[in-house]
Design a binder for this molecule. Sequence first.
Ligand SMILES: [Zn+2]
Length: 482
Amino acid sequence: MKIKIQGGHVVGWSGSHHELIPNGTVLIEGNTISYVGTDSTLQADRTIDAAGKVVCPGFINLHVHSQLNVGDYLIGDVTKKDYLSANWFVFGAPAKEKMTPQPPQGVAIGRKFALFSALKNGATTILDPGSGPGDFEGYVETVGQIGARVFFSPAYRSSDILTDPEGKHCYEPRPDRGRNGLEAAADFIRKYHGAHQGRLQGILCPAQAETCEPSLLKETAAAAKELGVGIHIHAGGNLREFIEIVYNYRKSIVEYLADAGILGPQTVLGHMVYAAGHSRVDYPFGDELKLIADAGASVGHCPHKYAKMALAMESFDRYVERGINVGLGTDTYPLDIVAEMRYASLISRLVDRKYHGARPAAVFNAATIGGARALGREDLGRLSVGAMADVVVVDLRTTRYGPVRDPVTALVEYGCGADVETVLVNGEVVIEQGRSTRIDEAELWAQAEATAKRAWDNWANRDWAGRKADEIIPPAFPVRSG
Ligand SMILES: [Zn+2]
């Protein structure tokens, strides 16, 4: 099957950087790109008209937890005085006495909804660094149904983070210190790496820097080498984590990871907000950014989530200038990689007080070639001959954009995932006219809504103080009764 995408602003690849090809043509044969240029006479079985549209390499979203947005409504918990930029602790650390696993059906719906949402918003490649426990064969099936390219294996850790009856967060070691989890992840990768015509790829996911003991990280590095896969670890994600590591090991987070042998070109550090030198980190020792850059590790930057918590990485531009490979992820809802580019750009400018910082090209690079490098894949994130045929077409002829002078600037400064019209993964059209070609979206939506409502309605059963969701986060306005 040959597919031709014709007549759009094509963001092609020069061999070393993206370049604009006005009125361009992209030809796809099977699962790869066979031509990028200006020849409009090439024959194909199907032609997609891209006039007035921007034709981009499929975006790479480096942080999608395949679950519903239940916790996203609770992250701004106004009741926590030990917040310390706690991030997911506030809602996600279960009360020790009340641990009730999510019903498997709810887990499955959350996974499907999240992966689909990220894809529909323009991410052809998704890194899922941890989904709820459950049926992993079902996970593989879901990836098959949705049509996205997904990097995943079940996350594991040495210690759990729990909340005691007083609301205090505590770390509790697992009896096996995470070894069963590492083994399960390795088994998953041996079994499913390369499934669905290569769309499902393994990646090892030790959960968080401070919940994984050094020996588990060492074993992770060895397992990744043996399996030929990369590693994702949450690191520098909250201040409590920084303090835990400094107090327990007398090292910064990055020093801790480097000494455990896990810092290298195969590793993605999710968030990495709290590095020495950050305005909230009182740790004037070492140069963590240099360690990351020298090791060739990548940072999966999720600016929108941190802005919700009144926080920022300091800064996107600084990390890039220091030679760190930065990719983008959403983490929080919306799972909209197009809008995330704008957050990355604006927040970097704000942090640095530099209106001319974090230009559209820089954040577009992060969401494409930066993500590809993080995943060790030179054949993703670019429209070039021989690359995987992962393509996103966005309609720019709407009032959101107005007349367009430069398509990439327009997309970064004004765009959002809802404008994504067509998505191809592995040469197959999986989103057409903004709708899935593979799944019943209305059915999925109804299932997701019912599952989320059930979780919010029952929140008191899992909260450490037995509080309802509305007590943790009241609605924006009082709700009229009667
Ligand atoms: Zn995460």
